[in-house]
Design a protein around this ligand. Sequence first.
Ligand SMILES: [Zn+2]
Length: 275
Amino acid sequence: MDDSTRRRFLKDLSLGAAAFSASAEGAQKNEMPGRPPSADTQPQASHPTSIMAIAAHPGDAFFAMGLPVALEVHLGGQGVFLSLSLGERGSARIPPAEYGAMQRHAAESAAQKLGARAEFLTYPDGEVPVTEEAKFAVCDLIRQYRPGIIVTHWRGSWHKDHEACYKIVNDAIFYAGLPAIERQQPPHEVGRLFFADNWEDANGFTPDIYLDITSVFERWREACAIFPMWRGENGFRYNDYYGSLAVTRGCLGGCQHAVALMSPADQLTRRVKAL
Ligand SMILES: [Zn+2]
């Protein structure tokens, strides 16, 4: 079976490896988007899982990665939104210092509305550096919050900050789990990594998971609406795009609203080998 056509329909991301170890026959049955989810929807998680969204800009964290975070918090897990910059250069009208403060305030309010926390590393918007310093800063926050799941950017992006974030997070996860690297916090191995469905990161993005987020969709929309750019003020209609996308993905996932996620190739390979 071609990995690019594999689809899995989930009610929750905090599933043990066994949940992904579908038989070949079961995996084949999941290939067709739109088929009713009843038989193929994975069971609910036995325990809540902490989740961390790590994005280049606050808008990406909440608009493209916010729904999986909202869901895991709703199910009893801990949620953290980490933005590597404030996205302070995102407005053509408002000066960066002022807009950055607005973005920070919006992210904090939106996180609070979803029962999550907001963290920032405040690298300059447009100049997020792929440095060891940045990787260790993210590593330290991973060790501090100890997420079972991380959602971040897919590398196939036209935005250099998004591509930088992908690289930083991948190495930060590696550093966070390595016992030989001594930091203030003890090592932490992240259980699962997923890439978010982002309009700016569409190059080669091939989702393999459809997550039913119907239960948190409205609250997530209210949280996103706190951001000044949500309704298209900066030129892109995030509200229309991501709201409609959740409906579209829901059609394919066999539920009202869904988000599509992409697993790293090695994560898929590991699971396939476990069959
Ligand atoms: Zn962005």
